[in-house]
Design a protein. Sequence first.
Lengths: 497, 117
Amino acid sequence: MENKHSILEMDYIERQERIALKNCGLIDPERIEEYIRYEGYQALAKAILKLGPEGVIEEIEASGLRGRGGAGFPTGRKWRSGYLAKGGEKFIICNADEGDPGAFMDRSILEGDPHSVIEAMTIAGYAIGASKGFIYVRAEYPIAVKRLQIAIDQAHGMGFLGRDIFGSGFEFDIELRLGAGAFVCGEAKALIASIEGKRGMPTPKPPRTNDKGLWGKPTILNNVETFANVPPIIRKGSGWYAGIGSEKSKGTKVFALGGKINRTGLVEIPIGTPLREVIYDIGGGIPDNKKFKAVQTGGPSGGCIPKEHLDVKIDYESLQEIGSMMGSGGMIVMDEDNCMVDIARFFLEFSVEESCGKCTPCREGTKKMLSILDKIASGEGVMEDLDYLQSLGNVIKETSLCGLGKTAPNPVLSTLKYFRDEYEAHVKDKTCPAGVCQALLEYYITEKCIGCGACKRVCPVNCISGEKKQLHTIDPVACIRCGACQEACPVDAIIKR
Amino acid sequence: MKTFEELIALKEEIIAGEAPDEIKIMVGMATCGISAGAKPVMQALKDCVEEKGLSKVKVKQTGCIGVCRLEPMFEIFEPGGRRTTYVDMTPEKAVEVVEEHLIKHHIIERYTIGAYD
């Protein structure tokens, strides 16, 4: 059979629909000419010369575009509120503070097609009447920062930024602001506080940032991927965009596939694509013939989706119904070797560390939940702990100040719901079915032992006994489960159970 | 830049500026590509193309196309629309591709994306 030579011929690429990523991997991101060659800045020209501010907002509304940072707020409605907001000075902010573990969608767009974000922000500024935009980008993304600055300078040079854009009298400029990597700064109000030079902490809503945002002025804040969808919508029309996706959620979503999946990487799919298709047909399934256990979407704010729900269509509502969320686009696949208690603990630990500490439910509550999970993972848990986790999680969700706290319990609540048997195994049987939680494991020497003594020599607590050329044994009480013996054994006679 | 026509004219001018027999090599130079070793691959391509005097060949950088696991990678775009994706590259393999693909016009099957996925 003829080999496939081009990426375009690959089945997993053919199943995708690239809108936000359309230029990524095709153009040189440091040359504005290449962006212009592929229809770049035509949307800005059309917005200013043909549509006018209201026309732009109507197009975005009609397209059905929703926030790709995860919450899914309708972008057109947001822009309209910015347009209607009173007050002379207004701001546009691009949230490029991508922080979910395993997520790199925004980085790819910024590195691969920075002009698309700059063009979109300028269109947004024109639509709502703002003359200044900020891109809040992580300092840990140096290549993105460098290419954004190059793109801004080039856009200035060509007159797509600056004064009197397309002869309309409209003026717009964009500056970069570097974030120091605090997860909470991805939250709109904390991000704004950080730009203002204050400590990045959220404040209660209302007022919403649309009315009182940066320096108290009306501010429209969108995520990188949301912006990247804007130029194609304006150029090709809302009707085209609204024809892609599901009934309630239009367009595409970019996901970063990671974890126990064959084809890790970035994919962009029409919203409404079944999860199974993404994991098996596009992602290539689970490596080493292992069994699929769950997929985690939405990072530390999301939940774990079990195999019963593999046929769920990926959209904002459907994922929320089953206890997860679309999130910014991290998709981490787990197989039979992953312990769900351990996974819940990993994500919760992230939220505990990143909690800004301002509101009590998030600061104290998540810490308490983590200590219960630690207890369960070390075999000290009791059945009441599971109910306590559940009720504590619900309280934190309802009473936290910002999105970080409101969603932090999700990884625990969703695993409790779908993998309760694993929690019960830790509590009742004091075992970890996946063989992950060290405290619940026992190292055991099987009949394969040749009595060479290699394990005995490496054991740091001298808990292995046995005569030369005889079967050795491990004292389970003294064993600290470091695993050194298993590594030293030349015949793989030592197992965990 | 004041009118739509001006912008379209600029676009046409950019396209017209490309030689019809130009061959483009686009090297994945996003974080994923660079961390997998794309910089030495790109340098090897540039050096080799210059050394062999392949004046029609342009070596350029691009972003992430999404298959980060196969980085470093580059794609060769040829007149007539042929596109070949070479993956899991090293500087040595890149030199081999220049010699085989660009000079002798043989695709090196085993380095293409189809051989990997």
